[in-house]
Ligand binder design. Structure first.
Ligand code: FES
Length: 110
């Protein structure tokens, strides 16, 4: 089942396929997402704040839990790593500055 995520403040809507992370879905749709590790779950640069739709978000695994703790945020579902976050249904609303359409010639990651 697919999920839908609205990313603020840009206001872009991302349709997340089954089993795909939010960050991968955004890249597939032509958006640039802040990352250093490219989705390995280790840089924490991709983090988002979940504003609405917590019930549609996947559970938090061990690696992501460590990352959120390292960001000095509570592991309460409000802070997530976009490269680990999967979504079913929705809509889910998150806040992440720096998400924008890739310009021509730009790589998907970075
Ligand atoms: S992209 Fe590096 S932790 Fe998510």
């Amino acid at each position: 089942m697919t999920g839908t995520v609205v990313v603020q403040p840009a206001g872009v809507e991302i349709v997340v396929e089954d089993g795909e992370s939010l960050m991968r879905a955004a890249e597939r749709l032509g958006y640039r997402w802040p990352t250093i590790c490219g989705g390995q779950g280790t840089c924490r640069t991709c983090f988002v704040q979940v504003d609405e739709g917590l019930a549609h978000c996947s559970g938090i695994g061990g690696l992501e839990r460590e990352g959120i703790a390292a960001l000095r945020r509570p592991v309460d579902g409000r802070t997530r790593l976009a490269c680990q976050l999967r979504v079913t249904g929705g809509p889910v609303t998150v806040t992440r500055r720096g998400v924008r359409r890739r310009t021509e010639g730009e790589q998907g990651v970075g």
